[in-house]
Design a protein around this ligand. Structure first.
Ligand SMILES: [Zn+2]
Length: 361
């Protein structure tokens, strides 16, 4: 049994300005890592800039962060951070800026490793990093409370988390920032959180502590599941989505993810399918092939479904079916069979045949 979740979490409207004292001591100059548009539209970037200015802390902005950040982009941002003398990071956005910021904080603290960045990031060793403050503006990744930093590795045509575990120092969660996210983003990210909850609950590393978070997250997800068919979302719903995503993050912080995430990365890389949606495609099949019926039943009960078929119907109604050919699917299966860490996190022997049964195409 283990529990280690060192991130300080504040969740309320205006929490960036309410808790600016918390990050006043973290450093002299921040790099704000974000995308081009959403943090400008939802007000989060202005709030962070204002709070830093009031604290008398300098900042530079790196807003060139793409979806599914690559090692190359992380290196580019690191060079800018080192040149500017940055000593802490603010990640604003979804999983992409948050995951990237963790890797940038590590590399910029160890700039001599820049020439061998890929090797350094993907080899576990003790190394210092600068503090990261995470401000999530979507409701799926949970990256604000996890130590993971999933990056795209073009040379391997896939995504993978770096070997280092870097928890953000502080997570500032203000559901107002979700207001300008479109329905697609809300649905995709909520389904990502669902994947985290189900995988955390059913994987080998699952234990009684992380199951507490997963169970409560699944129950909350079950409560709001029909609301995801709406076109607009109340403040109360956005708050629930954000909290459920955080619970799911804490649950996977202890266990990592398993088969559906392992299968999803290829789909995202090769077909440019949003991460949460790609994970969601594999969830009904995962419950179908999972060998412990009692545990699957508990997941379904928490979510308010009476049978696996009902869950499958719901997911297909929400996100549709994956558009993959048989050949693409077989390639995906082969790649998955070469991911020992994900296979190990499935508590039953996994064969190629079983993986094939997860999807009927
Ligand atoms: Zn995920």
């Amino acid at each position: 049994m283990n529990l280690y979740m060192p991130t300080k979490v504040f969740s309320e409207h205006h929490c960036v300005s309410n808790h600016r004292d918390e990050f006043k001591m973290l450093g002299k100059k921040a790099m704000i890592v974000t995308g081009k548009h959403s943090s400008r539209n939802n007000g989060s970037l202005d709030d962070v800039k204002e709070a830093l200015a009031k604290n008398g802390q300098e900042y530079v902005i790196f807003d060139d962060m793409e979806e599914n950040p690559s090692v190359e982009t992380v290196v580019k941002a690191t060079k800018a951070a080192v040149e500017e003398g940055v000593d802490f990071f603010f990640a604003i956005g979804g999983g992409s800026p948050m995951d990237a910021s963790k890797a940038i904080s590590l590399l910029s603290r160890n700039p001599e490793k820049l020439d061998h960045a890929l090797e350094f990031l993907y080899t576990f060793q003790r190394a210092d990093y600068y503090p990261v403050v995470a401000v999530p503006t979507t409701c799926g990744t949970g990256s604000e409370v996890t130590p993971y930093s999933v990056l795209t590795i073009h040379s391997r045509r896939t995504k993978k988390s770096i070997a280092h575990r870097i928890f953000p120092e502080i997570a500032l969660m203000d559901a107002r920032y979700l207001k300008t996210a479109g329905r697609n983003t809300i649905v995709n990210t909520c389904v990502d959180a669902l994947g985290h909850l189900i995988e955390a609950f059913l994987c080998t590393n699952s234990n009684e502590i992380n199951k507490i978070y997963a169970r409560e997250g699944l129950r909350m997800w079950g409560e709001f599941k029909e609301s995801l068919f709406q076109n607009s979302f109340s403040d109360e719903l956005l708050e629930k989505y954000l909290h459920t995503s955080m619970l799911a993050g804490i649950a996977i912080a202890h266990t990592s993810t398993s088969i559906p995430h392992g299968l999803s990365y290829q789909l995202t890389y090769e077909k440019n399918i949003a991460h949460g949606r790609a994970v969601g495609y594999f969830l009904p099949g995962f419950l179908r092939i999972y060998e412990d019926g009692k545990r699957v039943e508990e997941v379904l009960n928490c979510l308010g479904f009476s049978a696996k078929e009902e869950f499958q119907e719901y997911i297909e109604k929400l996100i549709g079916k994956p558009e993959v050919t048989r050949a693409e699917w077989m390639k995906n299966v082969d790649t998955m069979m070469n991911q020992p860490e994900k296979l190990k996190n499935h508590p039953f022997p996994m064969t190629r045949d079983t993986l094939c049964k997860m999807l009927t195409v």
